[in-house]
Design a binder for this molecule. Structure first.
Ligand code: MRU
Length: 367
């Protein structure tokens, strides 16, 4: 994807071979800044503070973070310690655990002196694979958008509603939910995106709207509570969201508020699709009840972060001093409310059989 005409991924290896560079997403959309990570501790900090966020990108960052750790200490203890450090930074997105397990499986059988170089190569392979996986998600999702476009009057845009940021900033490139949108736009299909602002951290306002604008995709930012109203008035043709973890029965964890959008979509007969790479499926858990939900700081609810009229960036309090606040960061949408999954292998019903039809190699191991 391009920013000011220059192609970027969200993460890339430093030229010195001993660092990795990320886009600091806490600064967007007001500033575009990169940060160089040199240690596993810095990678862990970037994940925790959400300089990088989004399930696939958290996984890729953890993979590079482990490679950075092995440059300093490639012993078995060093490997185990770095995996534990990186894994505990965010609990809901299973891609974090998936990427670390891929890394551990690759390097653990090797002699310590071979581990760091192999880890960098594997982290790069994970990042490259994510790009291709997301591209393929887009190819399959594009067919859905095209089918809807063909049922509309010529030239009328397909209105897609999305929540949070499941865009290229959440992945290494393309995005999951946004990949079909970018590919439809590039194919000349008129698309328009309703962007949920996504309180409390406003990933929709700060990141998705920024991405779509950078790519020239028509979009409109809405408050989180507007989606149901728009659906009642025929202004949403389909919803596409991302996910942080899909259980073996098809239940979907995603950013808080996704469930309410799925309920509204169901009530209004609006198709509700979830786009995901295979690395987001947690085959070890039978249902969404078992997905750990991250509880974040009350400060995120009690304040808003943004640019002041003088151009400076600041946080302002939005509640009376001392107001208590709760901040569950994700919710679980039951599979019955999901029209289908858009994956790199194709589109399938959101249930156990649909997942197993796409990934038959999991028949024996799925919970
Ligand atoms: O808390 P965040 O910003 O990491 O949450 C991100 C989301 O909820 C995304 O929808 C999800 O990770 C899918 S990203 C392709």
């Amino acid at each position: 994807m391009k920013i000011n005409g220059k192609a970027y991924r969200t993460i890339w290896p430093g030229e010195d071979g001993a660092s990795v560079v990320i886009i600091d997403q806490t600064k967007l959309p007001h500033r575009f800044e990169t940060v160089t990570l040199r240690t596993a501790e810095e990678a862990a900090h970037a994940i925790l503070t959400m300089q990088v966020r989004g399930a696939p990108l958290i996984g890729a960052t953890a993979a590079y973070g482990l490679a950075l750790a092995l440059l300093r200490d490639a012993s078995d203890a060093g490997l185990a310690g770095a995996v534990a450090l990186l894994a505990k930074q965010r609990p809901t997105a299973v891609n974090l655990r998936w990427a670390l397990e891929e890394m551990r499986r690759t390097v653990a059988p090797m002699a310590p002196e071979a581990r760091a170089a192999a880890a960098f190569a594997k982290a790069q392979a994970i990042a490259d694979e994510d790009v291709e996986t997301c591209r393929r998600i887009g190819v399959h999702g594009l067919a859905l958008i095209r089918a809807i476009a063909e049922m509309k009057p010529a030239g009328a845009p397909v209105n897609v509603l999305t929540h949070c940021n499941a865009g290229w900033l959440a992945c290494v490139d393309w995005g999951t939910a946004t990949s079909p949108i970018y590919q439809a736009h590039d194919a000349g299909i008129p698309v328009h995106v309703w962007v949920d602002e996504t309180r409390p951290r406003n990933q929709g306002a700060a990141l998705t709207a920024f991405e779509l604008a950078s790519h020239g995709v028509p979009h409109t930012l809405i408050v989180d509570n507007a989606g149901g109203h728009l659906m009642q008035h025929g202004q949403v043709d389909l919803c596409i969201v991302g996910t942080d973890r899909v259980a073996a029965n098809g239940d979907v964890a995603n950013k808080i508020g996704t469930y309410l959008k799925a309920l509204a979509a169901h009530d209004n007969g609006v198709p509700f699709y979830v786009a995901l790479p295979y690395s987001t499926i947690d085959w070890t858990i039978a249902s969404g009840h078992d997905i750990p939900i991250e509880e974040r700081s009350a400060d995120e609810v009690l304040s808003m972060h943004g640019q002041l009229t003088d151009g400076s960036v600041a946080s302002v309090a939005i509640a009376a001093a001392g107001s208590p606040a709760a901040n569950p960061a994700f919710d679980v949408t039951p599979a019955r409310l999901v029209t289908g999954f858009i994956t790199e292998r194709g589109v399938a019903p959101a249930d156990r059989s649909g997942l197993l039809a796409l990934y038959p190699e999991r028949r024996e191991s799925a919970a």
